[in-house]
Structures are given as C-alpha cells and as structure tokens.
Design a binder for this molecule. Sequence first.
Ligand SMILES: [Zn+2]
Ligand SMILES: [Zn+2]
Length: 157
Amino acid sequence: MDNDRLVICRKCIEDFKSIPYTTPFQYRGLYTNFKVPDDNLCNICKEKLYITEVTKDEIKILYSISHDNSFLHEMIKLKETDPIEYQLKLSQFKNHVQQQKMAQEEQNTNRLKCPYCNSTNVRKIGSGERAMSVLGWGLLSKKINKSFKCNNCGGTF
Ligand SMILES: [Zn+2]
Ligand SMILES: [Zn+2]
C-alpha cells in the first residue's frame, strides 16, 4: 500500500459531512491523523477503506483552504475524474496559501512592538500631538524625538 496516499472511508466521509473540523481532531472519514487499520476496514463503520489518488501533501494544501468534508470529497473525486483540472485548482490553492503566508509575514515585520511592554498596540504620534507636547512641556519634553506611543503602557519611543 502506498503510504503517501490519503485513505478515506467513503461512507463516513458522507455520514460525517456536517461535523465541523475541530481540534482536538475528530474522526470525519479521513485517515489523515489516524493510523489505517491493518485489516483496511473503517474503525467506525467497518466498511472497506478507500485509497484515494490524493497524496498527504496535497491534503495539507486542501486543508489550508477548507476543512469542509464536501469540498474535500469533491477534490478527491476530481483528481480521479479530471486530474488536469485538479492540478490546476491545486496550484491556485498553493498560490493562495503562499500569498497569505507572505501577507502574514509582512504584517509581522511591519508590526511595531513597544520596547517596554512588547505590546503591538502602538500608534504613530501625529505631528499635532508632537506640537502639543512641545507647547506643553517645552523643549525638555522627551516626546519630541519619539514618534510612537504604546496604547498599552503609554510609553513613547
Ligand atoms: Zn466508515
Ligand atoms: Zn508598552
């Protein structure tokens, strides 16, 4: 048996269609996190398990798009009926995941942290506010050369 292939129970994947994906992981007909039984029969309904064309790497990509059983089942069927269309969709999904990852990383690097309390709840101090601080405290104000204020601890930096 090919270990890289996703194994499913075709009965359970339909029966558990409406069960949302939750953590801790709940069995929904897909043997992604479960060991495939040696007798190749479903743990739950004892139907013969089905080895799909979908690889475990691919299922990770599919999972990052949706955990919906109907969607997964459609994609599993699509690989069998129209592998070209399947690959096309998969590469779109991959791009989507990649873009999301990049956007996330960009957000993380752009996100300033307060050097005092590590909070990311910081804002840029506007020029008006700086002018106010000059007026209020004169040139001694420490705020003058600082342009960010932490909304958490109130520190400026
Ligand atoms: Zn089953
Ligand atoms: Zn702070």
